[in-house]
Ligand binder design. Structure first.
Ligand SMILES: [Ca+2]
Ligand SMILES: [Ca+2]
Ligand SMILES: [Ca+2]
Ligand SMILES: [Ca+2]
Length: 253
């Protein structure tokens, strides 16, 4: 009986104890502890002065630093290329470019599949590439989260980029592409994903990326985007190509 009473009294007391532990100095709905995680001012309910409180902004996924309407995933407080939403997902410090202090930036670690908050860890997050043919976009995923969203131009109707599951088979820094009616030297950052000449690669001869198809079956990207992808892809990385090639060549915005 004594024990039951003890348990009951603990149960009744617990909400009071929990409430007492959460300190919110400026009463904006974000605790002082959380204000430290978001690098907001714990004595100012509206750190960025946009009339929305820090608590409301964080609750709804908006940045408490960037003025009205800017979402957490559109803002990068420490400018390390990993946005504030992704910093939270990967348990990184939003105010430090190198959370675990091992010399590699948070962005670099995430892109290679490492935890940015674990020193000397192993690459553990699953990574893959997805290409959306109807939208003419390429996505780079780490741990189920889209890290890159880049415009591409895939194969034209008649020489479509095949859909299906592939993987990076081969990486070649510079390559020359020749065929009937074309000869393109010095093409950078070539990632082969299917035998028969199917590559993801940089393209310097047009600027149709994200707008329309352009190729004989390869996936064309801006050279700088292809360079970024090339840096982080490994042979064996899955490439998942989905949807159908747009019939109309201009796919929109
Ligand atoms: Ca607060
Ligand atoms: Ca605000
Ligand atoms: Ca960041
Ligand atoms: Ca690091």
């Amino acid at each position: 009986m004594k024990n039951i009473l003890l348990v009951m009294s603990l149960f009744l007391l617990t909400p009071g104890i929990l409430k007492a532990e959460i300190i919110d100095s400026d009463n904006d709905g974000l605790s002082d502890a959380d204000e430290a995680l978001y690098y907001t001012d714990s004595n100012n309910p509206d750190t960025d002065g946009d009339t929305y409180t820090d608590g409301i902004e964080v609750k709804h996924g908006y940045s408490p630093h960037a003025g009205p309407g800017v979402q957490m995933h559109q803002y990068d407080y420490d400018k390390d290329k990993l946005d504030d939403w992704l910093e939270g997902w990967f348990h990184a410090d939003r105010g430090k470019g190198d959370t675990d202090g091992d010399g590699d930036s948070d962005f670099d670690e995430v892109m290679r599949g490492y935890s940015p908050s674990e020193k000397n860890g192993e690459s553990k997050f699953r990574r893959w590439i997805e290409v959306d043919l109807p939208k003419q976009r390429l996505y780079y995923f780490v741990d189920r989260v889209k890290i890159l969203n880049l415009p591409v131009s895939t194969g034209n109707p008649g020489t479509e980029t095949p859909d299906g599951m592939f993987e990076i088979m081969n990486k070649i820094p510079v390559k020359r592409y020749t065929g009937v009616g074309y000869d393109l030297p010095d093409v950078k950052w070539n990632m082969e994903f299917k035998k028969g000449g199917y590559y993801i690669h940089g393209s310097y001869w047009h600027n149709d990326f994200g707008l329309r198809t352009h190729s004989h079956g390869c996936i064309n990207m801006r050279t700088e985007d292809a360079g970024l992808l090339y840096m982080y892809t490994d042979v064996g990385m899955p490439v998942h190509i989905t949807g159908e090639t747009p019939k109309k060549r201009n796919v929109g915005t």
